[in-house]
Design a protein around this ligand. Structure first.
Ligand SMILES: C[S@@+](CC[C@H](N)C(=O)[O-])C[C@H]1O[C@@H](n2cnc3c(N)ncnc32)[C@H](O)[C@@H]1O
Length: 324
């Protein structure tokens, strides 16, 4: 967690953050085209909302790292689309290690954002060449595309551009808020990209998304990242939570990871993904599971699954379990 939050926030700072949050809550197409009006606003965002987004990236990237989902034998250009203050690339480099990245390319329709992120990331990673893109282009070498919290701001036309770009990358890692609306847009992306790329997370299969089945329209594909425990003792985050009316315990996200290389299940068995948070009772739990057969509720006994229950009682992000 960042120690930077010793920073003193004025009433005007809080007001700016509230207005920014109101922007983010608007529906697709209603969000202003250019809302990064000053470096000061970017700094406020970076210390607060982006910090929380960073915890989501930590959850996803730690899972990918554990599964060795990215080929470490190579070096990649990392392209951050809609970089904002650069939290996605910052977390990628921190967790995957700087040696995986030969260059970092930053792209945003806001020049203020690109400038801000470039400065931050150059200072933090002096050995990585950071390029502030003046126009969108795909690297000619092996590269990884990261996207974070942009889908609600992109028109259908923008989305086509992103999909064409994504189709050229070695890996695509895309994280969005865990609302029904964001998740449903990501499912559309999945269905369009899965003919070109291999979807490797959170899906354990490459069949059509089970969420699209009529009987599942009350569900959506989302997960909960665990915030750092220090947050709950922090006077700053407590104040942030009250002012923004945000529950600190809940960090919902939707995400997708694609790879050009098919991922072999190293365990050799078929797996189911646990969606959202299971409801745990004495001796059993109700789990929403996803696998190649679809998305369905399943009652899982605690006996024989003690570790799984223990993890869900604490702070696990999401688990794959052997297919039932
Ligand atoms: C909510 S912010 C998220 C910023 C950052 N990715 C993060 O996770 O903190 C969305 C960003 O996407 C940028 N953006 C939205 N649509 C875009 C587009 N079509 N092309 C480039 N950038 C875009 C905005 O300018 C803004 O910086």
């Amino acid at each position: 967690m960042s120690a930077e939050n010793d920073f003193k926030y004025t009433d005007s700072d809080w007001e700016q953050l509230i207005q920014l949050r109101n922007q983010f809550l608007l529906e697709i197409g209603q969000i202003k085209n250019q809302y990064w009006t000053s470096p000061q606003l970017l700094e406020l965002y970076h210390r607060t909302f982006a910090e929380r987004i960073g915890w989501k990236w930590e959850a996803v990237l730690n899972e990918l790292k554990k599964k060795e989902a990215i080929q470490f034998a190579k070096q990649y250009v990392l392209l951050d689309f809609g970089c904002g203050t650069g939290i996605a690339s910052s977390k990628f480099i921190e967790i995957m290690g700087p040696s995986l990245i030969s260059e970092l390319w930053l792209w945003d329709r806001s020049k203020n954002a690109v400038r801000f992120a470039t400065e931050k990331l150059k200072t933090k990673n002096p050995d990585i060449l950071v390029k502030d893109l003046q126009q969108l282009e795909a690297p000619k070498r092996d590269w990884i595309l990261v996207l974070s919290h942009v889908i609600n701001e992109t028109s259908d036309k923008d989305l086509e551009v992103i999909l064409a770009l994504a189709g050229e990358a070695q890996y695509v890692i895309w994280i969005e808020p865990g609302t029904r609306e964001h998740s449903s847009r990501l499912v559309d992306v999945r269905e369009k990209l899965k003919g070109i790329m291999n979807v490797i997370a959170p899906c354990t299969h490459s069949e059509a998304c089970g969420m699209l089945a009529k009987e599942n329209n009350r569900h959506w594909c989302h997960f909960f990242a665990p915030p750092p425990t220090e947050v709950f003792q922090s006077a700053f985050w407590n104040q942030f939570s009250k002012k923004m009316e945000i529950d600190l315990r809940s960090l919902p996200l939707s995400y997708l990871v694609f790879s050009r290389v098919p991922q072999l299940n190293k365990m050799g068995h078929e797996m189911s993904r646990v969606i959202g948070r299971p409801r745990l009772y004495k001796g059993y739990g109700k789990f929403l599971l996803c696998n190649r057969k679809g998305v369905f509720d399943s009652q899982v006994l605690e006996r024989g699954n003690k570790n799984l229950f223990k993890e869900y009682k604490t702070t696990v992000f999401t688990k794959e379990i052997e297919m039932l």
